[in-house]
Write a protein that binds this ligand. Structure first.
Ligand SMILES: Nc1nc2c(c(=O)[nH]1)N[C@H]1C(S)=C(S)[C@@H](COP(=O)(O)OP(=O)(O)OC[C@H]3O[C@@H](n4cnc5c(N)ncnc54)[C@H](O)[C@@H]3O)O[C@H]1N2
Ligand code: MOO
Length: 231
């Protein structure tokens, strides 16, 4: 019988999530000013589908102490924050990265949803991804930046993007020049944009196979657009 004595394999990339937000609850019905967590359990499972080993996640209060402790005690190659990535006084991700003298890979992105997403490298080489708190925005950012990040860490080329014809018109944006990531169902090589796709909604995404990349100037049915896989 033939066989191989040695097989090269890729080690899993270790990742750790920090779910932030004093208003986030994990059980029960949210009261005024609260929101039920949309990430715990799902995000770790999503990372596993991409060959990451997820270390136990953390929940952080919106304090500099909690964020700094998370950075100082998390021995994973990739650290992922949800929420707190924007620029208000209570958004702690950027402040914590500044204190840690991290180097930004990108600070925001001209895309909707998810423009406050960011990536940075810590002095010891760990990578930080800052995902927006709005649930759809967090997932669109994850689908956008995790595959190229993992490909780079593994020494592999950038994953190529599929394309498909759009099944219906997408109107132009009036007050923005940002590209849009729209949950879509791709069937028989046609991308059907899904409803319920505001940045706080997940019901469109739950039926999506892909995100279609739409220009701010809009599209007519039959236009060919790039697709990001939903995993
Ligand atoms: N001055 C500006 N403010 C904001 C801007 C801006 O450009 N200028 N952009 C807005 C956009 S767009 C986004 S997206 C958010 C992102 O902000 P953060 O990443 O700091 O997110 P949070 O404020 O912490 O949360 C936003 C929203 O999401 C809810 N959230 C947070 N965590 C969870 C969770 N685990 N499960 C469900 N929902 C969650 C949170 O309660 C908020 O409602 O910034 C805007 N502001
Ligand atoms: O970038 Mo925010 O993503 O529109 O919710």
């Amino acid at each position: 019988m033939n066989g191989f004595d040695e097989i090269p394999v890729l080690a899993p990339v270790t990742a750790r999530c920090a779910f932030t937000g004093n208003e986030v609850i994990t059980i029960g019905v949210p009261e005024a000013g609260q929101v039920r967590d949309a990430f715990g359990g799902f995000l770790e499972a999503t990372l596993a589908t991409q060959g990451c080993a997820a270390l136990p996640s953390a929940r952080l209060a919106d304090t500099g102490h909690d964020f700094t402790t998370f950075l100082n005690t998390s021995h994973a190659q990739v650290l992922i924050f949800t929420g707190g990535s924007s620029t208000s006084g209570v958004d702690m991700v950027r402040k914590t990265l500044a204190e840690a003298q991290a180097t930004y890979l990108f600070e925001s992105v001209q895309v909707r949803p998810g423009h406050p997403a960011l990536a940075a490298r810590l002095a010891d080489g760990r990578i930080v991804l800052g995902l927006p708190g709005n649930p759809l925005a967090a997932y669109t950012a994850l689908y956008s930046y995790l595959p190229p990040l993992l490909a780079g860490m593994r020494g592999l080329p950038l994953p190529p993007l599929d394309t498909a014809e759009i099944a219906q018109d997408i109107p132009a944006l009036t007050a923005s020049s940002q590209q849009r990531l729209i949950p879509a169902l791709v069937r028989e090589c046609r991308a059907h944009p899904l409803p319920r796709r505001a940045s706080y909604m997940l019901s469109g995404l739950s039926k999506a196979t892909h995100l279609l990349v739409a220009d701010a100037s809009g599209h007519t049915a039959g236009d060919r657009v790039p697709l990001l896989p939903v995993f």
